[in-house]
Structure formats: structure tokens, C-alpha cells
Design a protein around this ligand. Structure first.
Ligand SMILES: [Ca+2]
Ligand SMILES: [Ca+2]
Length: 346
């Protein structure tokens, strides 16, 4: 998937056997005289939006090559006829560690609330290649949220926490500066908030402000009271294949006891872990078939020391032996059916 742009290129103009032979001949000539074939494009994938507020949004994508610079065009219409890029404040915010991983994040500011915008992007690789999206003129669409007062339905101010979380490479232990980490509230937040991990001594951490989450149903500020489950997904960039590179974890927001609520810097908490086994993978307060399905999806994955196995997720390695297999399955079965509240109040 990562290098399919090159395949598409040859597939689109070299349709007949004769044309394919000519293409192959040209490739050999180019390779002989110029080294790597210059007609190779970098691939762009995992395009998404985060940090969408009434006045701003961020666009994120991954390139199949280390990135030198990136450009964004913003349009008011879905056909890309009315470009408004020059009326906006646009800046690439990926640190060098992230560009090296092929991860682009661009902030766009100066927007109107509750409005559709459409984007096209361009990446210039360190190798000299460039790549663009969209293909086929289907521009990626984002909708800014409503003007909002940050007052909850109960009339009290909304004061969501800032989350500071330690993040790792897919091996589950190494620091991962430059990975981009997304936080969302399943079923509640319209778009995630995201931030880059920075190195802190031997580990790496990420800091996000949950006040920038907006409700999926109302598009107004999302009021979090604590105890909600939080999905953490992590873009690792070039170190992982496109289809395995978003490891997902679910954690839980600390309960709020302050009245009026205070915004604090907190780490997220573990989900229900009966007998010390963190088997509530979907964080819904019981060990059931939802968790079983997630476990089966990871069954057989392992952590190797040679190359990162991006589909490995340490959450599922319950006995901590670097492979998700029957040892973990037996531990999972031993707590299957347990329910959080009945465990806490028998
Ligand atoms: Ca569960
Ligand atoms: Ca295991």
C-alpha cells in the first residue's frame, strides 16, 4: 500500500504489452544514468483532521518518505474552485522528528464557525520527490464547530483536563519522539485532539487539552465529567506499514471531584482490571465479547527485537512474554464475564 503510487503511475500509462515494454526500457535507461527512477512519487496516506474548533482545524497525513516541507490549499467549495488559502493563517507544526517519520500536521486558523472547508495538500520529500492529494478531485472535507461559551448544560463552566500521557514505539518500551497521538471520546467527540510526543529523559510524553474537544451531536464544547473512556491512537509514520500503523489503546479519564470543576494536568487511568488483568480492552466496565473480538484481532502478534511489529499491542500481552497467544487467552478466559460494579460492590 505504501508504494502503490508508483504502481498506479505505471498502470495508468503502460496499458498494453508494447507500452509496458517501452516503460520498462525507459526505467532501465533512467535507472542506469540517474540512479533511482525520478518518476517515482511518494505516497500520501492516512489523511485526517484533528483539533477542530470554531476558528481552526489541523490536517494530518503521512508520506511514504521523510518529509522536507509541505503545503496546504484550502477551498470554500467541494470542487476546489474557490481557493481561500491566502486569507488564512497556515503553518506546518510537525517537529523535525515527525517530518523524518513522514508525518505532516498543518494548522489552519482564521476560519468561520459551523462552516465546511475543503483541502488539498502537497508534500516535498527529502529525496526530491513530491506528492499531492486529492486524487480524482475529491477534496477532503472538514466542518468547523459552533461558537460556544464553554458553559455546560448544568450552567457550570466546562473545565476539561489536560492529559499528559507517556507514549512508546510499537515495542511498548522505547521512547517515540515525533509520533503523533490522537485522543477522542468514542461516540461523543466529533474530531480528536492531537499532539506530538516529545522526548523527556528516557521516555516520551504527549500533552493535549481536552477543552478542544467538541460534541459530535451538538458541535458545542464537550463537557467531560470524568470516568469517560478515551481512545488513544498513535501515528508512527514510516516505521510502520500504513494498515498497521495506528495502534489503539483505550484508557479512562480521572473522575472529577472539584466543585466548581478545575482543569488539571492528569494522566489517564487503566480500565477495569479484575485480578490485576487489564482485559477490558474496550473499557466498557465488563469483560465480554467486545473484548474477546479485540483480543482475537491481535492473536498471534508478537514483539521482535529486530524490527518493530506495528500490529503488536502490549495491552493484549497479559502475561508479558512478548507474544499474544494461548497463555494470554487463558488469563483472559479466567476473568471473562466479570462486571466492574459487581466486582467493586459484591
Ligand atoms: Ca469490555
Ligand atoms: Ca503473552
Amino acid at each position: 500500500m505504501r508504494y502503490s503510487a508508483a504502481k498506479r503511475y505505471s498502470g495508468s500509462i503502460c496499458k498494453t504489452a508494447r507500452q509496458r515494454n517501452i516503460c520498462a526500457f525507459q526505467a532501465i535507461i533512467l535507472f542506469t544514468f540517474y540512479g533511482l527512477p525520478s518518476f517515482c512519487f511518494a505516497e500520501i496516506y492516512n489523511i485526517s483532521f484533528s483539533d477542530v474548533t470554531p476558528r481552526a482545524f489541523s490536517v494530518v497525513w503521512v508520506s511514504s518518505e521523510a518529509v522536507d516541507s509541505a503545503k496546504l490549499h484550502v477551498y470554500a467549495d467541494s470542487q476546489g474552485q474557490y481557493e481561500i488559502t491566502n486569507n488564512l493563517t497556515i503553518s506546518t507544526v510537525s517537529p523535525l522528528d515527525a517530518l523524518q517519520r513522514g508525518i505532516v500536521k498543518i494548522d489552519v486558523k482564521g476560519l468561520l464557525a459551523d462552516t465546511d472547508y475543503f483541502v488539498a495538500g502537497e508534500t516535498f520529500s527529502k529525496s526530491g520527490n513530491s506528492s499531492t492529494f486529492p486524487e480524482a478531485d475529491i477534496y477532503s472535507q472538514v466542518h468547523t464547530t459552533l461558537e460556544t461559551t464553554r458553559i455546560g448544560d448544568d450552567g457550570k463552566p466546562i473545565a476539561n483536563d489536560l492529559i499528559k500521557q507517556t507514549v512508546f514505539e510499537p515495542d511498548g518500551v522505547s521512547a517515540a519522539p515525533g509520533v503523533l497521538v490522537f485522543f477522542s471520546i468514542p461516540g461523543k467527540s466529533k474530531y480528536p485532539v492531537s499532539s506530538f510526543a516529545v522526548q523527556e529523559q528516557s521516555s516520551s510524553t504527549v500533552l493535549v487539552d481536552l477543552n478542544n474537544l467538541y460534541s459530535k451531536s451538538t458541535l458545542k464544547s464537550l463537557n467531560l465529567v470524568g470516568g469517560e473512556s478515551v481512545e488513544i491512537s498513535q501515528l508512527d509514520g514510516l516505521s510502520c506499514e500504513a494498515n498497521t500503523q495506528i495502534p489503539l489503546k483505550v484508557r479512562r479519564l480521572v473522575k472529577q471531584f472539584d466543585n466548581p470543576p478545575l482543569a488539571k494536568i492528569e494522566a489517564l487511568e487503566s480500565c477495569f482490571s479484575p485480578e490485576g488483568k487489564g482485559s477490558d480492552f474496550n473499557c466498557d466496565g465488563n469483560i465480554g465479547f467486545g473484548d474477546f473480538n479485540l483480543f482475537i484481532g491481535k492473536f498471534g502478534s508478537s514483539k521482535t527485537s529486530q524490527s518493530p511489529n506495528c500490529s503488536f499491542n502490549i495491552d493484549f500481552d497479559l502475561n508479558n512474554d512478548k507474544i499474544v497467544d494461548f497463555g494470554d487467552f487463558n488469563l483472559f478466559l479466567s476473568v471473562f464475564g466479570k462486571v466492574e460494579n459487581s466486582a467493586a460492590q459484591p
